[in-house]
Design a protein around this ligand. Structure first.
Ligand SMILES: Nc1ncnc2c1ncn2[C@@H]1O[C@H](COP(=O)(O)OP(=O)(O)OP(=O)(O)O)[C@@H](O)[C@H]1O
Ligand SMILES: [Mg+2]
Length: 586
């Protein structure tokens, strides 16, 4: 827990260390002040006014010092909280920004959102509200322990034994609630995810989920979260009660020992001094148990804060892709895969096996294969979303692991299957590929990608807002803008994951034209679904079950009665079907 705190604070960790040292000192000071109080009372009861006055003076000084020091500790705690709010989010963000793009799954993104918002708020409040009483509550009894030993060693022994017993009880109850807490946080993240889905995918939910389908998944997630929450509340209450009982049992044991001591004293020839010692010991026992009570009552709050801290720790534990010590610049637009194998997780099967592929600069390679054959994964490896598990991916003759992420990013433009457009105008979205592009450059890229026809139809032209995620445009229009964005970024390699959805003839032609224009100018690697695209390629690679089954020029493959010939026959049949079904309307 402390380690994660220090990790979250990074360079600001001394702020936290200073605060801890101050809280520890406060605990010692409180312990000493309480001892002075007890001793002053002892002297008073013994009618030693001189001694009592001295201890009272010490007590007064202790009280003033405690009051002043406590204020400093609280200020230091608030400073830690503010530093966490200001710096830890930034630190998490900086770390996440260096993680492989493949890390950003919906699950991880939801977890990150939860930690950065609510989680960091909870953690920031810890020092001022919880850690101060807990640290003091743990240190003060240690000081009083010495006084108890000095007064009557059996009491000291019981008090000494009580500390590990309480620590054990706290651990046990923390363990009890931990799983419930984990479950609650898991359901919380899942509900957040469902909530976003609910807002974004209403049409799909309503169309496919039957009556009440629009809310079903969200409702299920909320129900699961409520169950987990109720369980957590029950277990938390039980833990608090168990912790409190442990402290009460310690108190009872100490009282019983004191009573036994009194009994033996009464049995023998006890003097006033002995009676006073018992009273003083009882007072010490009360002061000893009080801070422990406080520690016990905060046990649950502390455990509750572990959730976000553990989540932050897990995020920090994800290693960014290793950076090259001496980055090498790529030489040209060539792409090569040498014996590449890949699996998404250690315990999963290989998704790609022994892939060997060479794409010469300026050539066009079409990747084809059934769904799940590993096409997207292969392209992701070229863009270094992940590192290959075996073999090497070379871009411009250099292993992608030996170049900086900027060098690699500068070498590659990408067009994804589901191109995301950012809120803003069409021009803003195109300019993302080259922020300092002039208006003329934006227009030229728009023209090349077939966006010119779209903007000619729109009253605001290039300045037309695309809506969130490009919601105001059709799928084909979105893809064309994404192509313009990729074209304006003048990178030697273009990776394209072509839309699977059958595009209308106009969009299909615009995209094919844009790709055709790039022939010989850029190395294009395209996951092709349209026949027109496949026909343009210099080389075709057929993937099946994560392996290259066929590879060669289109004419060469067509001549074979293999997977490619089969793919062609299927596509042509589909095309024929579309033309035939359209014919009667003409
Ligand atoms: N993030 C991921 N984690 C684990 N497995 C994954 C992940 N992404 C893909 N896979 C698995 O890897 C295999 C290859 O997936 P990939 O997306 O590369 O196929 P594809 O050929 O692009 O399919 P499609 O044509 O449907 O887009 C599939 O079995 C898929 O389930
Ligand atoms: Mg794919």
């Amino acid at each position: 827990m402390l380690k994660t705190f220090i990790q979250l604070l990074g360079d600001d960790a001394p702020v936290f260390r200073r605060y801890c040292a101050m809280a520890l000192a406060y605990g010692v000071l409180s312990g000493l002040t309480m001892t002075a109080l007890v001793l002053a009372l002892g002297r008073l009861l013994a009618a030693d006014t001189g001694g009592a006055a001295l201890w009272l003076l010490a007590l007064l000084a202790g009280l003033v010092a405690c009051w002043a020091w406590r204020r400093q500790v609280e200020k230091a705690g608030v400073r830690v909280g503010v530093t966490i709010l200001q710096g830890a989010r930034q630190r998490l963000g900086d770390h996440v920004a260096r993680l492989p793009v493949g890390w950003f799954t919906p699950d991880n993104t939801a977890k990150l959102g939860h930690v950065i918002t609510q989680g960091m708020m909870n953690v920031a409040q810890l020092p001022a509200h919880v850690l101060t009483p807990v640290i003091c509550g743990a240190v003060t009894p240690l000081v009083l322990l010495a006084a108890l030993f000095a007064l009557h060693w059996p009491l000291g022994v019981i008090a000494l034994l009580a500390l590990p017993i309480l620590a054990g009880a706290l651990r046990l109850t923390a363990h009890l609630g931990q799983r419930a807490d984990d479950a609650y946080h898991r359901h919380f993240a899942s509900t957040s995810q469902r909530l976003v889905e609910f807002a974004q995918a209403q049409s799909v939910l309503r169309a496919f989920n039957g009556e009440g389908g629009g809310t079903r998944f969200l409702q299920q997630a909320i129900d699961a979260q409520r169950h987990a929450g109720t369980r957590l509340i029950y277990l938390s209450a039980l833990s608090t009660v168990l912790n409190a009982w442990t402290v009460q049992a310690i108190f009872a044991a100490l009282l019983a020992a004191a009573a036994l001591w009194l009994n033996t004293l009464l049995g023998g020839a006890a003097g006033t001094g002995d009676a006073i010692a018992v009273i003083v010991a009882l007072l010490l026992v009360v002061r000893f148990v009080d801070p422990l009570q406080e520690v016990a009552s905060y046990g649950e709050v502390l455990r509750g804060a572990r959730g976000p801290l553990d989540a932050a720790r897990d995020i920090f534990a994800v290693q960014p892709l290793p950076a090259a010590a001496v980055p090498q610049a790529p030489r040209d637009g060539a792409v090569e895969l040498r014996g590449v194998g890949f699996r998404y997780a250690q315990d999963q099967a290989d998704v790609l096996t022994d892939i060997n592929l060479h794409c010469a600069p300026g050539s066009m390679t079409a990747l084809i294969g059934v769904s799940g054959s590993g096409k997207t994964t292969l392209v992701r490896l070229i863009a270094r979303f992940f590192d290959a598990s075996q073999g090497a991916v070379l871009v411009g003759g250099v292993d992608v692991r030996h170049m900086s992420s900027e060098q690699l990013a500068g070498q590659i433009s990408q067009i994804f299957q589901d191109s995301y457009l950012f809120q803003g105008s069409i021009a803003d979205n195109i300019r993302l590929g080259k922020p300092d592009a002039s208006d003329a450059e934006v227009l030229e890229a728009a023209r090349q990608a077939g966006v010119a026809e779209i903007i000619a139809r729109l009253p605001q032209g290039l300045d037309t807002p695309v809506g969130e995620g490009g919601a105001r445009l059709s799928g084909g229009e979105r893809q064309r803008i994404a192509i313009a964005r990729a074209l304006i970024k003048d990178a030697p390699i273009l990776l394209v994951d072509e839309a699977t959805a059958a595009l209308d003839a106009e969009n299909q032609a615009a995209i094919a034209e844009a790709l055709a224009r790039l022939r010989g100018k850029r190395t294009v690697i395209v996951i092709a679904h349209q026949l027109s695209t496949v026909a343009m390629a210099d080389q075709i690679v057929v993937l099946d079950g994560g392996q290259v089954r066929e590879q060669g020029a289109p004419a060469q493959l067509r001549a074979r009665d293999g997977l490619y010939a089969h793919f062609l026959a299927q596509r042509q049949a589909a095309k024929g079907w579309r033309i035939a079904s359209a014919a009667p309307q003409q």
